[in-house]
Design a protein around this ligand. Structure first.
Ligand code: SAH
Length: 348
């Protein structure tokens, strides 16, 4: 994380890396775990690590930075308790994080980049392009600080906020390992979902790691013609190549990919589209998550009417494809899919 001091970002270090560093500094073995646990509690300075000798705190402060996010704004949905946070990053950029409350616990939807360069036609996050990748520790801090601010234990994470996580592969992977650490947030891979617009090589790279996370692919259309209208990435990886990558992912990891499908009025929501999707997915055990398009005024695409979504879902079901319609959380605070960064970008 750039902080200008030239110090090493201690929050980006995995437990074994911190242990190796501390060993090289001649510190006793238990110190690394102690410091790692303090970091998980959200301390912003070594001085807050009250059970460390003062001399050690000063020494560590000379070597390491603890880059931290600062809350700029918190909005709470009056409808469903969803919370949206705007965080300042150490270099002055900002990102949003959403906390969603479900019966089984709370899930944090984090951003993986400042902006996005994928250019999907319906998405607000890509307006203005990508500014930069988030570091592993910035993503970790989204989880930690959102949990602390909301006063909730975070049970699950979805990488479905701003950015394309597989376009920031190494940092995202490091983040996953950090958040998975038993001495840290200790969030199991089975409680983590990663959503991608479909970067085929990166999907293969992820498969090779055999993580037990859920991979969601933003499909949004069953055919190249429709998908290319909505997603520029389809020019690089067409629908056939994407399906093949999802198959390989399943064979390698034993985990089935789930598909996201935002319903855009008169673009991808017709019975013909449903039938093409059925032909692709019937018998594969794949799950389709229908999302009502959230209207983004800059984008000029309209959400499908409720009854069209229902009819599309029913047609998929009857055709042998498992389907759910995603609940809309936080719509009154613009926390819904594809809307993050929108309000702020309209501000001067
Ligand atoms: N870049 C990743 C993750 C971020 S977006 C991806 O493409 O999957 C998370 C999900 O929200 C994706 O399925 C995305 O296509 C969808 N989305 C984006 N804008 C939306 C909008 N206006 N309405 C509904 N869903 C949207």
């Amino acid at each position: 994380m750039p902080d200008g001091s030239g110090k090493k970002d201690i929050k980006a270090l995995l437990p074994d890396e911190l242990a190796a560093d501390f060993q090289a500094l001649g510190l006793p073995g238990y110190r690394a775990g102690q410091v790692f646990r303090w970091l998980d509690r959200g301390v912003r300075a070594f001085d807050e690590m009250s059970d460390l000798p003062k001399g050690l705190r000063e020494r560590l402060d000379g070597l390491y930075a603890i880059p931290s996010l600062t809350m700029l704004r918190r909005q709470v949905s009056a409808k469903d308790g969803t919370e949206k946070y705007l965080w300042a990053l150490p270099d002055g950029e900002s990102v949003e994080t959403v906390l969603m409350r479900y019966k089984h616990g709370s899930t944090v939807c984090i951003s993986s980049q400042v902006g996005c360069r994928m250019g999907c036609a319906f998405c607000a996050s890509t307006i203005g392009g990508k500014v930069r990748d988030l570091t592993a520790s910035e993503m970790l801090d989204e989880v930690l600080r959102t949990g602390l601010a909301a006063g909730e234990r975070v049970d699950g994470i979805v990488l479905m906020g701003i950015g394309e996580p597989l376009d920031n592969f190494d940092n995202v992977l490091r983040f996953l390992r950090l958040v998975n650490a038993p001495d840290g947030a200790n969030i199991g891979m089975r409680h983590i979902s990663l959503s991608t617009c479909g970067l085929v090589e990166a999907i293969d790279k992820l498969a090779a790691l055999h993580l037990q996370l859920t991979l969601s692919v933003s499909l949004h259309a069953p055919d190249d013609e429709t998908r290319a209208r909505l997603m520029p990435v389809n020019a690089a990886y067409g629908v056939d190549a994407l399906y093949a990558a999802c198959e390989r992912y399943f064979h390698t990891t034993g985990r089935r990919v789930s598909f996201e499908y935002a319903m855009v009025r008169d673009v991808n929501d017709t019975p013909r589209h449903a039938d093409m999707l059925i032909r692709r997915l019937r018998g594969t055990g794949s799950h389709v998550n229908l999302i009502r398009l959230n209207y983004v005024s800059e984008r000029g695409l309209l959400p499908s009417p409720e009854q069209t979504v229902r009819a599309f879902a029913d047609r998929l079901s009857a055709g042998g494809v498992t389907v759910t319609v995603r609940r809309r959380l936080g719509s009154d605070i613009d926390a819904a899919c594809g809307q993050l960064r929108r309000g702020r970008m309209r501000e001067p």
